[in-house]
Ligand binder design. Structure first.
Ligand code: FE2
Length: 386
């Protein structure tokens, strides 16, 4: 079987007009990712990990001290990446049930819009299911309008309109500065967020993003693109007009053994967010710092680097640094990219982070899929889930 690296990149459908022509038919404009909200078992301790290991600053908080009695939320930020960590203070809340079923995981992929009410109404008219109706919340710093629709599994997209707000996060939260010293690792913005869905459901969700949001299908990977000797998966990437929102959707494919998507679906008990890719301008510095901070990354064997110069050509970074930090490299027709994947960031083998540096490349590292999936298989083997 040819390795993905040996395949012609042009085999995948890449309608480049979507990336170069922002007039793609968005049904409403999206400025970017507003925040990602995780429901977790212990928000206080998770916040410590995000600060100490991932270099985030704490910016806001809500809980009993701010007259919220059923939950606590810590808001963490690093450049344009904003993460909200929420835990329940009661046993029977929606948050507690979410954590009991899924473990720690992403509940909200929040999208920053100029008009949340119109975004919501348009989405509903086009077939989206409501998570909650538009509401405007206010405090002394102004007002924020929120509305929300459902996507795969228990995940939701909340539209956030914050043009009349200048507080720390949103009404209901108080500003909070770092209680622990943290040092930025250089994470800049959310590059893409990947969802895992059940076998046969990928096309349904691609159609949802096309019909409801007006997203374009950017790339299709079939099970021949994404397979190893043992496991396979399929993936389609949808994007909004300005390219700031990119959602790859994965589904498992038949292989000799159980794929990482099957493992995810078993442990998460249904579809959900698989990984969040965060961009950096200096992956050598970012990953070096994260490793020093104790972050665990997937491991590729040294032989991975044997054909890198031939496959990728000239790159600005020192190959020895890349090798030392175990970073992956790939090239497409627009440039190259450097990427690396953390191991799962919670007890269950579900959500993880990708760190990505794009030097022109607009794709997703297809040349690394095989090495990456073999690395995941080694982890699955240890867990007895392959
Ligand atoms: Fe990714």
């Amino acid at each position: 079987m040819p390795t993905p690296a040996a395949r012609d990149l042009n085999q995948c459908t890449l309608p480049m007009d979507v990336l170069t022509n922002p007039s793609a038919a968005d049904t409403f404009p999206i400025n970017g990712t507003d925040h990602l909200e995780f429901y977790v078992g212990n928000a206080k301790q998770s916040a410590m990990y995000y600060m100490a290991a991932l270099g985030f600053d704490m910016v806001a908080y809500c809980g009993p001290e701010t007259k919220v009695y059923d939950r606590v939320s810590y808001v963490l930020q690093q450049n344009k990446v904003r993460i909200v960590l929420t835990a329940s203070l009661q046993p029977n809340t929606e948050i507690a049930k979410h954590v009991a079923l899924h473990g720690d995981g992403v509940k909200v992929l929040a999208l920053w819009v100029d008009d949340a009410e119109t975004a919501y109404r348009t989405a509903i008219e086009r077939g989206a299911e409501s998570a909650f109706e538009p509401k405007t919340i206010r405090d002394e710093h102004g007002e924020v309008t929120l509305a929300s629709i459902k996507t795969y599994g228990d995940t939701i997209h909340t539209f956030v309109q914050r043009n009349k707000y200048n507080g720390a996060f949103m009404p209901g939260y108080e500003a909070r500065s770092n209680p622990y010293p943290s040092k930025s690792v250089g994470l800049q913005y959310v590059d893409h967020c990947v969802g895992n869905v059940e076998l046969g459901a990928m096309n349904k969700w691609v159609k949802f993003y096309q019909d409801v949001m007006g997203f374009k299908l950017l790339i299709t990977f079939d099970d021949k693109d994404i397979s190893t000797e043992y496991t396979a998966l399929m993936s389609k990437v949808v994007s909004n007009g300005n390219g700031y929102i990119k959602f790859p959707i994965n589904e498992p494919a038949k292989g000799k053994k159980r794929s990482q998507i099957d493992e995810y679906l078993d442990f998460y008990h249904g579809p959900g967010v698989q990984h969040i890719a965060v961009a950096t301008n200096d992956i050598i510095a970012t990953v070096g710092q994260m490793r020093d901070n104790g972050v665990d990354f997937l491991y590729v064997p040294e032989t991975y680097y044997d054909d890198v110069p031939e496959r990728v050509g000239e790159i600005e970074e020192n190959l020895e640094d890349i090798k030392r930090l175990n970073i992956l490299v790939d090239r497409d027709e627009d440039g190259y990219l450097l990427q690396i994947f953390t191991k799962p960031i919670q007890d269950r083998p579900t959500v993880f982070f990708e760190i990505i540096q794009r030097n022109g490349a607009k794709s997703f590292g297809k040349g690394n899929f095989k090495a990456l999936f073999e690395a995941i298989e080694r982890e699955q083997e240890l867990r007895g889930t392959l």
